[in-house]
Design a protein around this ligand. Structure first.
Ligand SMILES: [Zn+2]
Ligand SMILES: [Zn+2]
Length: 279
């Protein structure tokens, strides 16, 4: 399994020279293998534009799993040029919620907010709700479960192929379930089940312990929580993800050095452009 980290940033893009190494694009991760371009994408933040570059002029034919419908996970969709062409196939999965999947997307992507609607995208696009549970998508075993996050239904995902397991909990607010052992939220069943024994856990690390008193109600996690979950779930590698848009490269370098000292889990700060081979 090969994981392409295309957008690492949370909340809003972070352009500028002080963000260029860890990247300014918002959340998008593609999953494939060494044999060809990816067929499964998680989230369509602005980072999904980088997925098109892997196709070298060829169309995308695959699926996009959305974790939820916040701007930073959706705004790249109409700019996904490998999908927006006549010969593409793009199946978009939206976590099950009220309404139809197409109208859920059109609430954000339609005039007067945006020039076109999802059904105006070129190629063969489908939009469907994904209920919680496990199913086969593009040859992967995909498990989606609802996890707490502020404002709308949010899924975490567990993706398995014959080689490896990756868990993706990019926007996660366990604090709404209680303080847990460290004051950052409990290690609840959905999070533990999704992450159990994963080769790679991609997790919300938007805030630091010292920032938590001001931001605990913003719908995200601390890096400490991500590390605690990785330990409890027996994860091999942890990718700190969904960086706060004010977190500069210099600040992330310092954090990455600290995280590299962890002995029992291999911890990395997500960088735009990372390609991670698993296991
Ligand atoms: Zn987000
Ligand atoms: Zn969100």
């Amino acid at each position: 399994m090969r994981v392409y980290v295309c957008g690492t940033r949370g909340s809003t893009p972070a352009p500028g020279p002080e963000f260029c190494r860890y990247g300014g694009h918002t959340a998008s991760v593609a999953i494939g293998n060494s044999g060809g371009p990816p067929r499964l994408i998680i989230d369509a933040g602005t980072g999904i534009r980088l997925v098109s570059q892997m196709f070298d002029g060829q169309p995308f034919r695959g699926s996009v799993l959305l974790s939820h419908l916040h701007w930073d996970h959706l705004q790249g969709l109409p700019f996904f040029s490998a999908g927006d062409r006549l010969d593409s196939r793009v199946d978009v999965y939206v976590p099950e919620q009220d309404g139809e999947a197409t109208t859920n997307l059109a609430d954000v992507m339609a005039p007067p907010h945006f020039p076109i609607t999802p059904s105006d995208l070129r190629g063969h696009w489908t939009f469907a709700h994904l209920p919680p549970g496990t199913r086969q998508i593009e040859g992967y075993e995909v498990t989606g479960r609802e996890i707490p996050h502020k404002g709308g239904t949010t899924f975490g995902y567990r993706i398995r192929d014959e080689a490896a397991v990756v868990a993706y909990l990019s926007d996660h607010s366990p604090i709404v379930l209680g303080p847990g052992p460290d004051g950052f939220g409990p290690y609840h069943d959905a999070a533990l089940d999704l992450a159990a024994g994963a080769d790679l856990l991609i997790h919300d690390a938007q805030y630091l312990d010292r920032e938590w008193p001001s931001y605990s109600h913003f719908g995200h996690s601390t890096a400490s929580y991500a590390l605690g979950l990785a330990r409890k779930a027996g994860v091999a590698r942890l990718l700190m993800f969904h960086h706060d848009p004010t977190r500069t490269d210099a600040a992330l370098d310092l954090l990455a050095d600290e995280w590299a000292n962890e002995r029992d889990v291999d911890v990395m700060a997500a960088r735009q452009g990372d390609v991670i081979d698993l296991p």
